[in-house]
Design a protein around this ligand. Sequence first.
Ligand SMILES: O=C(O)C(=O)C[C@H](O)[C@H](O)COP(=O)(O)O
Length: 215
Amino acid sequence: MAVTQHTLTALDVMRDAPVIPVIVLHDVRHAVPMARALVAGGIRMLEVTLRTPQALECMRAIAAEVPDAVVGAGTVRTSADAAAAARAGARFAVSPGFTPAVGRACRDAGLPLLPGVATGSEIMTAQEEGFSALKFFPAVQAGGTAMLKAWQGPFGDVAFCPTGGIQSGNAAEFLALKNVACVGGSWLVPADALEQGDWSRITRLAREASALQRV
Ligand SMILES: O=C(O)C(=O)C[C@H](O)[C@H](O)COP(=O)(O)O
C-alpha cells in the first residue's frame, strides 16, 4: 500500500480512511489487541494520545507487533513530545493547537504533523510554516460544519480533519464537505470496551467508520 512505499505525508494520514481514531490507553496490555481490532475493521492510522503515562509504551508495542497499523502520536504539545513519540515508533503526529516550535520539532523528527487550528489566524500561521493538512479542533464546539463552509472561500487550499464532538451520528455531515479529508474522534475506542476486552465491538465500530462516504 502507498503508505509504505514513499515518505508518509499528513495528507496520506488523512486520506487512508474516513476516520482517525483518537485513542486514550491506560494499560499497555490493551494496546496490541486494540490496534489489531481497528485494523480488522479497516482503520490503520491510529492516533494514540500522549495523555497517559503509558502512551509511549503503548506506541512501542503497536509499532513492534502490529505491522499493518501506522501508529501516530496525539496531544503533541511540545518539541520534547515530538521527539519522544518518534523514538517510540510513532510515524505521524497530531497536535491540539499549533506553534512553529512544535512544527519544527516534528519536521526534525521526521513526523508528518496535523496541526490543530480553530481560527483564521491559526490557519495562516500553520500555512506560513508549510502546513496545509490541518486538524480543526475542537470542531463542533468551535463552529462545526458552518465554520468549515466559511473557510472554503479564503482557505480553499486547506484539507481539514475536524475533531472534537464528532461521532457516528454527525460524522457524515462533516465528511460531505469538500474541504474535509477525514474526521477524528474517540468514539471508535470506548473506554468500557477496552476495560472489558471487547475487541469485536471495536472492530464493528471501525468497520462502520470505514464505510462512511467521503466526497
Ligand atoms: O488529545 C488531543 O490531542 C486532542 O486534541 C483532543 C481530541 O482530539 C479530542 O478530545 C477528541 O474529541 P472527542 O472525539 O470529542 O472525544
